[in-house]
Ligand binder design. Structure first.
Ligand code: PEP
Ligand code: MG
Length: 712
């Protein structure tokens, strides 16, 4: 927020309206008002964004509503005005947010002082009727402006129409077709009711709703008379109805929103069919709004050119988030109400801030139907981000070395051949984690040996002399093939998944190992196994690999067999493991989940446990020291390895190989160049010794790095 604000204020002259707009956007406030302190003691409202409380024009502010924040703004000790912010639903600001807004007040003080010195101007109110802001959490940082797509309702291809009478005729024909379809469903009788009782009931209720509410169709006709096409009118009215239904206290009635969705979908399909339209593909650059999304589904949307994702339920280490990160799709989660309020084709700003408490999980915004002022500010930020990327690109060919000369191997986590281009684009030294299941998820099933071998061989071809660590199939948990049924286990993350499946279905595993060996075609091959919990499991998996290697010719020039450290039990077998494994890669996503018994896909607990906690830091320092003593290469490949503060901390603890999503490589290289690893290591060891029961050391570590301008 402060960087964006600083840039805006550096503009000559930054209007108070722009500042109010930006502050509201960046703090997740539904309203932000800026007030000037007049000489007669009055606080005068000068600019506002959103529907602001009427608190002003009084010498002393009256009590504020819950969730409001009132910050006096001083310039050279003199009161020049106030900032007032309010969160939706009275949600309060955290201490850190309060501090950041306090800093913002310092930054804007000169602008307020200048405004006080000028004669009073008419106040600027930026409260566009249609613009609405929704808060969420960042899963993949980035900023996108684009049209909304909602799975289910296709975006109207034509928004306006010149001939309302023709549109009305189309509508009536479509309504008649839709009613015939519903009648046919009802007439299908008990058989249909048994097969899909829920569907039939919903359709009937939707039918009753439309029959009982002729106002619905009247409203669609009214919209057509204003110049909208029939499709756009159906969309608009469906949106209005959704909004109305959402406010109904009765949960059953409220849930009938789905019926309206269904009804609108049927009507739109009938309109499309009559127009002979082919199914609508989303426009490239679109932003998908979804309640939940699986990784396979996301891949399908990506192929259609998706630019941004807003998902109600997902956390940063869920596989949809990992896929989104791999594909560089800015993503936010935990946004509620947006899906109901948005219409397909509505313009959306997706502002997923980076650098929050955990690099992800920071405050994110989705602005629906942004005002021209909001669009201007975000477009500027977009341009600034482009420039920043361009300047980072100059680091591509430089080695990743710290200020005191420690070389760190920065590698990529990828899972799709289309990501191979990132090797050159980032200058990464190799692929530290190739998630073989992602390509299988993309095609919906595990491929046969030849097809798998072709994928792996393409990876090795493109990587050339750069090392690649293939991980065997890690299916299960939240990584399901599209044609799989939903998991029936109560606890799939801890269930029959990953290596357990491979060991219980050795033919599946053998086919994959054969494909890998064939792909290597005499070159060096590194294979690692996920979710290893015992040495016996590692041995069994390795035995399968070695047995296959006996059969495939030519043999790889060198075969390296590694282990992922994801299950905490391995920590108590670590020395024995190090004596047998060729390399170890720490998967912090699963390791954190199991160490803290905290579901990695559950956003409600995502911020409760921190990698920068003494327990986790101690564990990593210990493994790093043991691996070094045993001469076994160690890397970290969980998402944390790509977040600057965590990644630098890992380096400070002695980890010199990190594997991460592509967008993380260059920023990390830049930060590393500013770090004195020896000095940082000494600081970290002291911090861990004196932690005194702290549940996170993040603040101390961040301050230390910030004070040395390493990263913030
Ligand atoms: C991990 O668990 O940290 C890891 C890298 O594997 P995945 O995220 O694919 O489970
Ligand atoms: Mg894992």
């Amino acid at each position: 927020m402060l960087a964006l604000l600083g840039r805006l204020i550096a503009e000559e002259p930054a209007s108070l309206a722009s500042i109010a707009t930006l502050l509201a956007a960046e703090t997740g406030a539904e309203c932000c008002s800026i007030h000037l302190q007049r000489a007669d003691g009055r606080l005068e409202l000068a600019a506002s964004e959103g529907p602001c409380p009427q608190i002003l024009e009084s010498p002393t502010p009256p009590p504020l509503a819950a969730g409001s924040l009132h910050l006096p703004v001083r310039r050279a000790g003199r009161l020049v005005g106030a900032l007032v912010l309010r969160r939706p639903g009275g949600a309060s600001f955290t201490t850190e947010e309060h501090e950041a807004i306090g800093l913002a007040a310092v930054l804007v003080a000169p602008n307020l002082a200048a405004a006080v010195a000028r004669p009073p101007e008419p106040a600027t109110f930026t409260t566009p009727e249609a613009a609405r802001r929704f808060s969420g959490r960042t899963l993949v940082p980035g900023l996108v402006i684009g049209p909304a797509v909602l799975p289910g309702l296709p975006a109207p291809q034509r928004l306006t129409a010149d001939d309302p009478e023709a549109e009305l005729a189309r509508l009536h024909r479509a309504v008649a077709a839709m009613r015939r379809e519903i009648d046919a469903l009802i007439a299908a009788g008990p058989e249909a009711s048994r097969k899909g009782a829920g569907v039939v009931r919903d359709v009937l209720e939707a039918y009753r709703l439309i029959a009982a509410d002729p106002a619905w169709l009247r409203r669609v006709c009214e919209m057509i008379h204003t110049g909208l096409s029939a499709e756009a009118a159906v969309h608009r009215v469906a949106g209005e109805l959704r909004e109305r239904m959402r406010r109904i206290p009765d949960a059953y009635l409220r849930e009938r929103t789905a019926d309206i969705e269904d009804l609108s979908g049927r009507l739109l399909a009938a309109l499309d069919e009559a127009a002979g339209a082919s199914p609508v593909e989303p426009t490239p650059g679109a932003i998908l709004l979804a309640r939940r999304l699986g990784p396979a589904e996301l891949l399908t949307w990506h192929a259609r050119g998706l630019a941004g994702l807003v998902v109600e339920e997902a956390s940063s280490t869920s596989h949809a988030a990992i896929v989104a990160r791999a594909l560089g799709i800015p993503t936010i989660s935990g946004v509620h109400g947006l899906i109901e309020a948005a219409e397909p084709g509505d313009e959306i700003v997706l502002d997923a801030a980076e650098g929050g408490p955990r690099g992800d999980g920071s405050l994110a915004q989705a602005v629906l139907r942004p005002s021209p002022e909001q669009r201007r500010i975000y477009s500027q930020a977009l341009e600034a981000a482009r420039q920043r990327l361009a300047s980072l690109a100059t680091l591509q060919d430089r080695p990743a070395t710290s200020r005191d000369g420690v070389a760190v191997r920065l590698m990529l986590n990828i899972g799709l051949p289309l990501e191979l281009a990132q090797l050159d684009a980032t200058g990464a030294e190799g692929i530290g984690l190739f998630r073989t299941e992602i390509a299988m998820m993309a095609r919906g099933a595990v491929a046969e040996v030849a097809e798998q071998a072709a994928i792996y061989s393409q990876v090795l071809e493109v990587a050339g002399a750069r090392p690649v660590q293939f991980r065997t199939l890690d299916l299960g948990g939240d990584k399901l093939l599209a044609d799989n049924d939903a998991p029936t286990e109560t606890n799939p993350a801890m269930g029959w998944r990953s290596l357990r499946v491979g060991l219980d279905r050795p033919s599946l595993m053998r086919r994959q190992l054969r494909a890998l060996l064939l792909a290597a075609a005499g070159r060096e091959l590194s294979v690692m196994f996920p979710m290893v919990a015992t040495i016996a499991e590692f041995r069994a998996a390795r035995a399968l690999l070695l047995a296959e290697a006996e059969r495939v010719r030519p043999m790889p020039a060198r075969l390296r067999v590694g282990t992922m450290l994801e299950v905490p039990a391995l920590m108590w077998q670590i020395d024995a493991l190090l004596a047998e494994t060729d390399f170890v890669s720490i998967g912090t996503n699963d390791l954190m989940q199991f160490l803290y018994a905290a579901d990695r896909t559950n956003p409600a607990i995502a911020s409760r446990y921190d990698l920068l906690a003494p327990a986790m830091l101690g564990l990593i320092a210990d493994v790093a020291a043991r691996a070094r003593a045993a001469g076994v290469p160690l890397s970290v490949c969980g998402e944390a390895a790509g977040r600057p503060i965590e990644a630098l901390t890992l380096v400070g603890l002695g980890v010199t190989s990190l594997s991460m999503p592509a967008p993380a490589v260059l920023p990390l290289k830049a930060a590393l160049g500013a770090l004195d690893v020896a000095e940082f290591g000494t600081f970290l060891r002291g911090l861990c010794r004196n932690q005194n029961g702290a549940s996170s050391l993040r603040t101390d570590i961040t301050i230390w790095l910030q004070e040395r301008n390493v990263c913030g």
